[in-house]
Write a protein that binds this ligand. Sequence first.
Ligand SMILES: *Cc1c(COP(=O)(O)O)cnc(C)c1O
Length: 423
Amino acid sequence: MTLTEKDSQYLWHPYTQHKTAQTPIAISRGEGALLWDENGKEYIDAIASWWVNPFGHSNRFIADAIYEQLTTLEHVLFGGFTHEPAIKVAEKLIEILPKNQQKIFFSDNGSTAVEVAIKVALQFFFNKNEKRTTIIAFENAFHGDTFAAMAASGISFYTQAFQGMFIDVVRIPVPVKGQEQESYDALKDVIQKDNCAGFIFEPLVQGAAGMVMYEPEALAKLMQICKEHNVLTIADEVMTGFGKTGKTFAMDYVTEVPDMICLSKALTGGTIPMAITTFTQEVFDAFYDDDINKALFHGHTFTANPTGCAAALASIDLLHTEEMQANIERIHKSHLDFQKKIEKHSKVITARTLGVIFAVEIKSVSEESYYGSMRTKLYNFFIDKGVVLRPVGNIVYILPPYIMSDEQLQKVYKTIEDAIEMV
Ligand SMILES: *Cc1c(COP(=O)(O)O)cnc(C)c1O
């Protein structure tokens, strides 16, 4: 049996209707921006394997750091114990995060980072004897698939089966160009009507919605409104963090600072599952008490796994090398050139770029759904050409590893242009 045949016998894949889905491609090796399947076919990973891998597959520098840590202290429980890798990650992050972030809480994926932030927002007010139980989120937001994260997410067919079982979430429009005022008004309205504890948002780019972008000034305005009403702000930087927007964090573009930040995805350079939620001193202090009931009773078995911490440290080191910063700049400029070229195409609705993130919306004859027929056609075309891209409906986006060469990038652009001609 081939790997693919064995797979279909035993495995259940994410976001997959197995009855109608195509068989998955078995990947046997990765290096830099490239992947090879079991038959030796080569693919360019143009979405950094779901946005996790900025420094390339099988990165030596990170692998060595992991090996060193694995053979020194692979894991130890974090309840009642601590270790240097966790402390170093905390020190490093506090140095590079927005200045008000003072406390670091570890977990192991983006959804749990969000879950922790939402629980903290709710318990923050519980501990202060204030009744605030509503969370505010954007339309079409994506914050993950665990229950609170799913409640905050607005992509409806992901969450349909669970409606009515969620914490209270009220949704406001995203302040995309021309709709800013609508968004501000909706936020003010929600805050007046409901007892709001927190506002969670993907800063500047909504990834899963199809790289929907909005301006830092609009986010700052929304955050100011929250601050005026003591609503905690949660920046979900799980996708945007670690250089993707051109700065280390998307929040670096924004004049306001959030109360909490969620990190994962590129945190360990796409090697080991790890996530972090960070907090201000003020948030932490609401849990700091002689009363044990005011503590945050949340934890995961692999909290602050030392091997994951070593991978995170190596990744952050790599991110801050001159070479990597130059790569980010190079890809950004290249995207802008491609945007200029492609946005004039008669089949293109619009194109947009921020940092290494590029997205183009293609005209579609019929209403295009998330996993619609055009999406399938595009996806198959890309795979056939050896380029890994996962369109969201009629939106094709690129989020390459920063080490992708100009030549590889040009091939990705060319494949997208050909795909636009084909549809
Ligand atoms: C991917 C993502 C998550 C969820 O992370 P997982 O590791 O898949 O649980 C949460 N928020 C944002 C913005 C994401 O892009």
